[in-house]
Design a binder for this molecule. Structure first.
Ligand code: SAH
Length: 272
């Protein structure tokens, strides 16, 4: 039967059947390639390494042998190797943590003068941590493989661009905010209102950065659960926090904050 398959023209693609379904029934008048594909036969084709890598990554049994499809042309049309996404997410997450760590340490060394941490704030922080960890669960284990879809080049490139811009903005907003930063709603001793640097035109550049970063994750991660997890969590956090934060800043800085708020936008310069 294998000889018959190769004789039927599929050999022109250098195809070698590697697995044949037990339900295989050969009907006479169909081209062999279509017939056998229909019944679950897999071929060795120029993209076989890619497809195998993709299947292997779904079950996380072993790493793939190549990172990209053998020909660049295939990348636009065919699923790409999701290990590329995993590498991008790993680098992005480590960069995010590396940017925050020193600023977090420095801020914690300044005493909190007034905390506005309500039970809602605590709930939002828990949600944000869940949103942060779901992509890491996808990265490290196959439990979310049921929600996987093929990765393609366009979203991958768009996502990487979101990462680059957002990580730069995240770095700049931490640098400009200095020790006035808190993970929750707090006013520190000698808290200063920052209105310069990336705070010059928008009031919440760190939130802009984190929303853009989450959008990048949604594009880069080919998984319906892990991809948008951070975006959904952060959108909820932002929506339910922003008014309380602006109220806290207004109570603390009065007219200075009102003037600042009047000349700035929340997230996108000149837009909103
Ligand atoms: N919303 C800001 C900051 C996020 S960190 C942004 O997205 O960039 C949250 C803390 O930052 C708040 O508890 C508040 O104390 C502080 N904060 C927010 N805006 C500030 C500003 N313009 N100047 C100084 N501190 C600010």
């Amino acid at each position: 039967m294998l000889a018959a398959i190769q004789k039927s023209g599929t050999s022109a693609l250098a195809c070698t059947p590697v697995a044949i379904s037990t339900r295989l029934i050969i009907r006479r008048n169909e081209p062999a390639a279509v017939r056998l594909r229909h019944h679950g036969v897999r071929w060795r084709t120029p993209t076989d390494g890619l497809n195998r890598a993709y299947e292997e990554s779904r079950t996380a049994r072993s790493p793939p042998c190549s990172l990209l499809a053998p020909g660049f042309g295939y990348c636009r049309l065919l699923p790409m190797n999701p290990w590329i996404s995993k590498a991008v997410i790993l680098v992005g997450t480590l960069t995010l943590l590396a940017i925050r760590a020193p600023h977090g340490r420095r801020s914690r060394s300044v005493k909190v003068a007034k905390s506005h941490k309500t039970p809602l704030e605590t709930g939002l922080l828990v949600l944000a941590w869940v949103g942060f960890f779901v992509p890491l669960i996808w990265l490290a284990s196959p439990v979310l493989s049921f929600a996987e879809y093929p990765l393609t080049l366009g979203p991958l490139i768009a996502g990487v661009m979101c990462f680059v811009v957002s990580l730069w903005l995240f770095y700049r907003s931490h640098a400009d905010l200095g020790t006035n930063w808190s993970i929750t709603l707090e006013v520190r001793e000698q808290h200063r209102l920052i209105t310069q640097g990336v705070y010059y035109r928008i009031r919440h550049p760190m939130y802009s950065a984190l929303i853009l970063y989450s959008l990048g994750q949604a594009l880069v991660i080919p998984n319906w659960v892990a991809g948008p997890a951070n975006l959904v969590a952060f959108a909820i956090l932002f929506t339910l926090r922003v008014h309380a934060e602006e109220q806290m800043m207004s109570d603390t800085f009065g007219d200075e904050y009102a003037t600042y708020a009047a000349r700035t936008k929340r997230l996108v310069p000149g837009v909103w």
